[in-house]
Design a protein around this ligand. Structure first.
Ligand code: 5GP
Ligand code: ZN
Length: 117
């Protein structure tokens, strides 16, 4: 069922605590943790605790939860004291998505080129 934990999902395992992560923020519906392979001085992932395969599926099925994730990206940026930052939702393998549990990347702490590669 949409939103239910998936046994084979890495980020569901981070939510349940089965796999450790450096958690920087947690709310009733979201978790924010440091990316294991950071691409910028600050690289934090914000995820819904519920499982949706990507941000588009999350927004379609649970728009309030999608808003929770977006709100948390702002909280992370403020806590990390980022004046400028980028929020990225890779959607689909061709765009670089490798984990099939919706997540926002919060990237900052260095200059960020636009357009991205
Ligand atoms: P995607 O490529 O799907 O947009 O982003 C997945 C992100 O998850 C990647 O940036 C990757 O470095 C990160 N990641 C993959 N495995 C782990 C892990 O076990 N722990 C943490 N903290 N991040 C991970
Ligand atoms: Zn999951």
């Amino acid at each position: 069922m949409a939103g239910e934990p998936q046994d084979d999902c890495l980020f569901c395992k981070i939510v349940s605590g089965t796999i450790p992560a450096t958690i920087v923020r947690e709310t009733g519906t979201t978790v924010a943790f440091r990316d294991i392979n950071p691409q910028a001085p600050t690289h934090v992932l914000v995820i819904p605790k519920a499982h949706y395969q990507d941000a588009a599926a999350l927004a379609a099925a649970a728009p309030e939860l999608a808003a929770d994730v977006l709100r948390e990206t702002r909280e992370v940026a403020q806590e990390e004291k980022l004046e400028s930052y980028r929020t990225v939702f890779n959607t689909g393998a061709g765009a670089g998505q490798t984990v099939w549990h919706a997540h926002a990347h919060v990237l900052g702490g260095r200059g960020l080129h636009w357009p991205p590669g």
